[in-house]
Design a binder for this molecule. Structure first.
Ligand code: SF4
Length: 223
């Protein structure tokens, strides 16, 4: 179980406030970032797992053009989908996308469900995709416990991460605590952008980081 350090209400408030403010000024405009409950919005979250957003843009646009309806996707061939997402690698995702399209079309009338548990029963949908679909596309508060969140919270709250951190109860509780009740969408977007632009996996940009003064990792290594 993770053991966050310096987890005070004050630090949590500063973390939320600074991230929200940074996010407002550094929002990345991407073609799927809108309030849209379509099946495309869920599928793009599958494509974004383990893939850079910039790489996903052309594949997403082609997929949307080629399969404008859930019926078109549900009746597609596996080869068609493989060709469209070939550039992203991870060919195995094509099978998940096809099965997901079929489930959404045949069982949900073309629109994904709005329930986390139900979403996570769908092919290829894990905690990241479910949380992203609910909070970013459907205006329902949800946490996004992905690798990004693990890395940022691990550094700021000084805990050691391990292979199963994403499922760790204390980690999920911390995610819930730091995710705002109202501005959860803006906050989740801010965390995604912050993890891509500032608190990156290999070369975090501490100098320009708005939360370095409350970051355990920074204090320990650079103060
Ligand atoms: S100070 Fe560095 S490690 Fe800490 S949150 Fe900022 S970028 Fe990440």
């Amino acid at each position: 179980m993770i053991r966050p350090r310096g987890l005070t209400s004050e630090k949590v408030v500063i973390f939320k406030r600074k991230l929200l403010s940074w996010g407002g000024e550094n929002f990345s405009v991407l073609p799927w970032r809108n309030r849209n409950r379509s099946f495309h919005s869920l599928i793009v979250e599958l494509l974004l797992q383990r893939t850079k957003a910039e790489q996903v843009v052309p594949a997403y646009l082609q997929l949307k053009h080629r399969f404008p309806s859930s019926k078109a996707l549900a009746t597609a061939s596996l080869e068609d989908i493989e060709k469209l997402i070939y550039s992203l690698g991870l060919k195995w995702r094509a099978g998940h996308i096809l099965k997901l399209g079929q489930k959404i079309y045949y069982e949900y009338g073309g629109v994904p469900p709005l329930n986390r548990e139900e979403l996570m029963k769908l092919p290829g949908v894990g905690p990241y995709a479910a949380g992203a679909y609910l909070s970013l596309h459907s205006d329902i508060r949800a946490i996004i416990p992905d690798a990004n969140m693990v890395r940022i919270l691990g550094r700021v709250f000084g805990f050691t991460c391990y292979a199963e951190t994403r499922k760790d109860k204390a980690f999920l509780k911390l995610c819930d605590r730091i995710t705002p009740k109202r501005k959860f969408k803006e906050f989740n977007y801010a965390v995604l952008d912050f993890g891509r632009k500032v608190c990156t996996p290999t070369t975090p940009k501490h100098k320009v980081c708005p939360i370095k003064n409350i970051c355990y990792y920074f204090m320990k290594n650079y103060q």
